[in-house]
Write a protein that binds this ligand. Structure first.
Ligand SMILES: Cc1cc2nc3c(=O)[nH]c(=O)nc-3n(C[C@H](O)[C@H](O)[C@H](O)COP(=O)(O)OP(=O)(O)OC[C@H]3O[C@@H](n4cnc5c(N)ncnc54)[C@H](O)[C@@H]3O)c2cc1C
Ligand code: FES
Ligand code: FES
Length: 480
């Protein structure tokens, strides 16, 4: 992608910012739009949040994204709306902030306003927990969150009757001033570009520099990529184009494109049908802003010993489809060869992730220990999946992150549980927890000592059973 064009607020732009540079630099340094703030530059504060629109299967969609971790090239042929692009006049979200005194120094306000605007765009019924989840990646250091909560309550009341289909909702939001009229101008611009066949050409496969998918790991490691660095942007790869789509292959497996975002994974009706209850664990992964951008492929290939999606997918017995010269398939459990070492040859990419399906839906639970509830990488995480067969545990998979150089399956703990009656008693759970603690080989670091991690492994195994079997006497048996 040599040159690229985007629609910035109400006009088209062909920027000179290299496509590998973070969009925050394009916005502030090249365009001089200082409303988008630079706080942490690590995805941690939400001050840099912007709205990004593009056409998806169900029409034009807008999402709030952290511009400090977003490749400028991601914006090619998309609509970028910064705080300056709302209006004319104050948008209803800005008005709610003003009238509820939700802004003091104002540094965080553009980020909150863009995150809440993105939340209103989601074709779902609005409620206060949804608003609070939408800003779980935004920090305010002076106003206090009470006023921001009041502004959100006002928005829930004001916009309770929005259409639930993406296109109708977009029209309603533009008519009511939540989104600017430029969304229509963007639609017309992109149609013209498509007709003239000038939409961004896909990247060829053999560009040196590696892949950037969501960039939420990459840009934390490389906040200012070297000039001339030219990564392949995953979404522009022919192999991954459209691969965020989730599908059932026959009745055998659920296939998820590696470029699916964490948000898309958890909100997929297919994933929710086959792994009931998995959506409860979405909020344990980072924040809404990060989940809107981070991909499954990135979580796996990053090879962190404590990746949350990786642990979940290990417990779900996932298999990877890898494309290089040809296609090969390997179980996820065989992909990790050592600390940050993976079975991926130069030029290969993970194309999709397959979760095997049985006759009955899986039962699943996940738990992690972090310092902060949101936004934090775990010290330890544990996921459990199994089927119920004639009242007994069947096909048990227990995975652990943060307790060895690689994410791993806990074979002894799995063996201990296989075939036991459902629901389990306290003794069974304790035996599984003890087996897990013996099996792990953690080291100490800033997130916890080795001993702490070993103990937390056992506690998280127990926590998962309490998630799965909340009724009955298990809690009393475990903690008399
Ligand atoms: C504030 C913050 C909070 C976070 N919280 C969590 C958390 O709670 N839990 C958690 O697990 N992680 C967390 N992360 C880490 C990160 O968001 C995840 O690991 C994410 O899934 C990475 O995906 P990505 O698409 O952004 O990866 P990228 O940064 O784009 O890529 C990561 C690596 O994977 C490679 N890659 C990407 N896609 C492919 C592919 N298809 N094939 C081959 N290689 C590929 C890239 O080349 C790169 O080396 C957090 C990050 C931040 C900034
Ligand atoms: S600057 Fe803090 S999240 Fe981007
Ligand atoms: S208003 Fe000052 S940081 Fe939020």
């Amino acid at each position: 992608m040599k040159g690229y064009s985007l629609f910035l607020n109400a006009a088209a732009l062909s920027p000179s910012t290299p496509y590998a540079s973070p969009a925050l630099d394009l916005i502030r340094k090249e365009c001089g739009l200082m409303g988008t703030k630079e706080g942490c530059r690590e995805g941690d504060c939400g001050a840099c949040a912007v709205l990004v629109g593009g056409f998806e299967a169900e029409g034009l969609r807008y999402r709030a994204l952290p511009s400090c971790l977003l490749a400028s090239g991601y914006l090619a042929d998309r609509h970028l709306i910064t705080i300056e692009g709302l209006g004319p006049g104050l948008s209803p979200v800005q008005k709610a902030f003003l009238e509820e005194n939700a802004s003091q120094c104002g540094f965080c306000s553009p980020g909150f306003i863009m995150a809440l605007t993105g939340w209103i765009c989601e074709p779902e019924k609005l409620n206060l927990p949804g608003a609070m989840a939408a800003v779980d990646g935004n920090l305010c250091r002076c106003t206090g969150y009470g006023a921001i909560r009041r502004a959100s309550e006002r928005l829930v009341a004001e916009f309770s009757d929005l259409p639930l289909t993406a296109t109708e909702r977009l029209k309603a939001l533009a008519n009511q001033g939540v989104l600017p009229q430029s969304v229509f101008a963007y639609g017309a611009w992109i149609q013209e570009r498509k007709a003239a066949k000038v939409v961004a050409r896909v990247q060829t496969r053999d560009v040196a520099g590696g892949i950037v998918a969501g960039g939420t790991d990459f840009y934390v490691r490389t906040p200012e990529p070297a000039l001339g660095f030219s990564p392949v942007l995953a979404k522009s790869l022919p192999e991954l184009e459209g691969m965020n789509i989730l599908e059932i292959q026959g009745r055998k497996a659920l296939r998820i494109g590696a470029a699916a975002t964490v948000r898309e994974f958890f909100s997929s009706p297919l994933v929710r049908e086959w792994v009931p209850g998995i959506e409860k664990f979405e909020s344990s992964f980072a924040s809404t802003l990060i989940r809107n951008l981070a991909t499954l492929g990135g979580n796996i290939a990053n090879a962190s010993p404590v990746g949350d999606l990786t642990s979940m997918l290990l417990a779900l017995d996932a298999e990877l489809e890898i494309k290089g010269r040809g296609i090969r398939r390997i179980p996820l459990k065989a992909f990790f060869l050592g600390y940050k070492k993976i079975d991926l040859l130069p030029g290969e990419i993970i194309v999709s992730i397959c979760i095997p399906l049985a006759e009955s839906p899986l039962r699943f639970s996940f738990a992690k220990i972090t310092k902060r509830e949101n936004l934090d990488i775990a010290a330890v995480n544990i996921a459990i999946a199994f089927h119920e067969d004639k009242g007994r545990f069947h096909g048990v998979q227990i995975s652990a992150g943060g307790v060895a150089p690689t994410p791993l399956l806990l074979a002894k703990a799995m063996e201990e549980l296989e075939g036991r009656p459902i629901p389990p008693d306290g003794d069974t759970v304790n035996r599984v927890a003890e087996a897990a603690m013996v099996e792990v080989s953690p080291i100490g670091d800033v997130r916890g000592s080795a001993e702490y991690r070993r103990k937390m492994t056992g506690r998280l195994v127990q926590a998962n059973f309490l998630n799965l079997f909340p009724n009955g006497s298990l809690a009393k048996e475990l903690y008399p």
